[in-house]
Design a protein around this ligand. Structure first.
Ligand SMILES: [Fe+2]
Ligand SMILES: [Fe+2]
Length: 174
């Protein structure tokens, strides 16, 4: 296990950018668990601190991660994949889900911000439904990437590719 300090420094990126992506998937799985807890605790028992954390993750961390994949990882896999890998459609589908999930997240943000301020929601059932649709589809997304995309990347990307991905990811964080 890496220490928190190592994860925060770019020493983590120097190790392997694929490890960082995998590590972020763990954080995203925790984000989904937090969203599930918020949905379960609606309308009156929601933890406001938890709302603050998920807002930050949805607003800042998720879009950076999506850029890492769409501008960094996916094009490199496309370049190196063999015809039998049949990865093109899967990557296109995952990129489409990024756009859908980001627009869905921006719709959720307003309600989460209200909850963070301790306000009462006008439509808690609808918000609960939206939260559940979001984390259910996001869990599937993470699963596909861990099961198909990252193993293929580990098999096909060269050390130059990993350096290129590393540079892209550093630039997305500046
Ligand atoms: Fe993704
Ligand atoms: Fe991902």
């Amino acid at each position: 296990m890496m220490s928190t300090q190592q994860i925060q420094s770019d020493g983590w990126l120097r190790r392997s950018p694929l490890d960082l992506i995998e590590h972020e998937h763990l954080a995203q799985a925790q984000l989904c668990d937090s969203l599930e807890r918020i949905a379960d605790d609606l309308p009156d028992n929601v933890d406001r601190r938890l709302c603050m954390q998920v807002i930050d993750a949805l607003q800042f961390q998720m879009p950076v991660h999506h850029r890492d994949e769409e501008l960094g990882l996916f094009p490199l896999i496309e370049k190196r994949a063999l015809p039998d890998d049949n990865i093109h459609d899967i990557l296109a589908r995952l990129a489409l889900e990024h756009a859908t999930d980001e627009s869905f997240a921006s719709e959720l943000l307003e309600s989460l911000e209200g909850l963070r301020e301790g306000k009462k929601l006008k439509n808690p059932d609808m918000v609960g439904y939206m939260l559940r649709s979001f984390f259910e589809s996001y869990r599937r997304h993470i699963h596909w990437e861990n099961a198909i995309v990252l193993p293929l990347a580990r098999a096909r990307l060269t050390s130059e590719d990993l350096e290129e991905l590393n540079r892209a990811m550093v630039s997305h964080r500046q």
